[in-house]
Design a protein around this ligand. Structure first.
Ligand code: GUN
Ligand code: FE
Length: 436
């Protein structure tokens, strides 16, 4: 069925990313969709037809859905865990919570809740770390496929330095990853990401397996973590004494390239930055996580100045919010602490088109171009009384966007469309109830 979605429509160009001249805006705009795809975008007057079904979201803004390029599926119940920095936080809270995902029933229940949370916050695609258990990835892909929601995900490979309940082995991690790739990669909108958690939790034998998987499956994404925390870096270098630096460990196993996502990438040596640029690998900035875990300040401007393409992501549950709006707000503050600036139009470009470009998926998501998926977010810059009060003095689109960026959260998301279907809801059947 053809349908018109009407509102104040904002779409971004591929380039330039870092200027205000990066977008198109239709004050009375519309998006024509059919079978989950966008057929046309433009002025409502040009697209309206007698008898065509129409949903009117005016005066709200319609943008491509948010993309979250680094999030941990099995950490929904880890978010807001008190008092630790990275390594203690992993050992104390995270590994025990991830151990539960060996149970397919638990994983299936959590997968539905995970996708509900994403869409409640306006996120239509995520790049997700699952737990080390094959069942966790099965559960996430099954749930996302049923909703026709584009996911990039992989089971984490981790064979040491955690707890036995979340350890795999080099061979089992290879076998499970290969089986998941065969079952899920390119099935509908699902994509597999090879996922060695980080160098601390992978033996050299397992790194070899990750390298074999990427050689055997060229074009797949690979996600991991890099240089998030000083103690992490020291421990990592002690485990791989032959490596020149942290990045060199991944490099030696052939894991770098334009489809490689390097979560955090905060404390980098000059040589590492050179090598990230040379291999066109993709750092991912995780502002709320970096502040919450006390990890450090991501040098967005420095990396951009080197021609490096980076993403911006929540990193739930090290991150403290599911909202890409809140993520942009905290990112803005981290840049401020370094004398850097993030213009609201640059910020919203980053969370949509920019992240799609970072993933190399710009033809499918993060855009309203005809032929792309009808994944949309509808935003209300006057969602709360405090926002509405501030918006009384807003005169430009950029000001409205900045109010959303700094004050917005899921309350500002009035609707989310995944493949053309409205889906902003928290299903009562999922079993969420207040504590008694
Ligand atoms: N490094 C390795 N695993 C993790 C994780 O789950 N979260 C964060 N923030 N960093 C990591
Ligand atoms: Fe992470």
């Amino acid at each position: 069925m053809r349908q018109l979605i009407r509102g104040r429509v904002l779409d971004f160009h591929a380039d330039p990313r870092d200027s205000e001249d990066n977008h198109r805006f239709w004050e009375d705009g519309a998006i024509l969709i059919e079978d989950g795809r966008i057929l046309a975008v433009g002025d409502h007057a040009d697209l309206a037809r007698e008898g065509l079904a129409e949903i009117d979201h005016r005066p709200h803004l319609i943008l491509p859905g948010f993309i979250d390029p680094h999030i941990h599926f099995p950490q929904l119940q880890v978010i807001a865990s008190w008092g630790a920095q990275l390594l203690d936080w992993l050992n104390t809270y995270t590994f025990p919570a991830e151990a539960q995902f060996a149970d397919p029933d638990h994983a299936a229940r959590m997968a539905g809740l995970f996708l509900d949370q994403l869409t409640a916050h306006g996120t239509t695609t995520a790049v997700a770390f699952c737990s080390s258990h094959k069942a966790s990835a099965e559960a996430l892909f099954t749930a996302a496929h049923a909703r026709d929601m584009a996911m990039v995900a992989g089971k984490v490979m981790m064979d040491r330095n955690a707890i036995p309940a979340v350890h795999d082995t080099p061979q089992s991690s290879y076998d499970d990853s290969a089986a998941l790739i065969a079952a899920w990669h390119s099935k509908g909108r699902q994509r597999y990401a090879i996922t060695p958690r980080f160098a601390i939790t992978s033996s050299p034998e397992q790194m070899e397996m990750a390298g074999a998987l990427i050689r055997e499956n060229p074009g797949l994404h690979l996600q991991t973590h890099l240089s998030e925390n000083r103690d992490e870096i020291d421990f990592t270098l002690s485990l791989y004494p032959e490596a020149r630096d942290y990045l060199d460990i991944y490099d030696r196993y052939g894991l770098l390239g334009p489809r490689t996502l390097l979560g955090h990438s905060i404390h980098l040596e000059t040589r590492e930055i050179d090598r990230i640029a040379e291999t066109d690998s993709r750092p991912v900035f995780c502002p709320t996580s970096n502040l919450f875990l006390g990890s450090g300040l991501f040098d967005a401007e420095g990396l951009r100045g080197r021609g490096i393409t980076s993403g911006i992501a929540t990193d739930v549950g090290g991150g403290t919010s599911w909202s890409m709006l809140t993520t942009l707000a905290e990112g803005y503050k981290i840049l401020q602490l370094q004398g850097q600036k993030m213009h609201p139009l640059t910020a919203f470009h980053w969370a949509t088109r920019g992240n799609a470009l970072t993933l190399g998926l710009e033809a499918e998501i993060g855009t309203l171009a005809p032929g792309s998926a009808a994944d949309l977010v509808v935003l209300d810059p006057r969602a709360t009384p405090a926002m509405a009060l501030r918006a009384e003095r807003a005169e430009t689109l950029a000001e409205e966007l900045f109010i959303l960026q700094i004050m917005g959260d899921d309350r500002a998301v009035t609707q989310t469309y995944v493949a053309g279907r409205p889906c902003k809801q928290l299903r009562a059947s999922a079993g969420i109830s207040p504590p008694s």
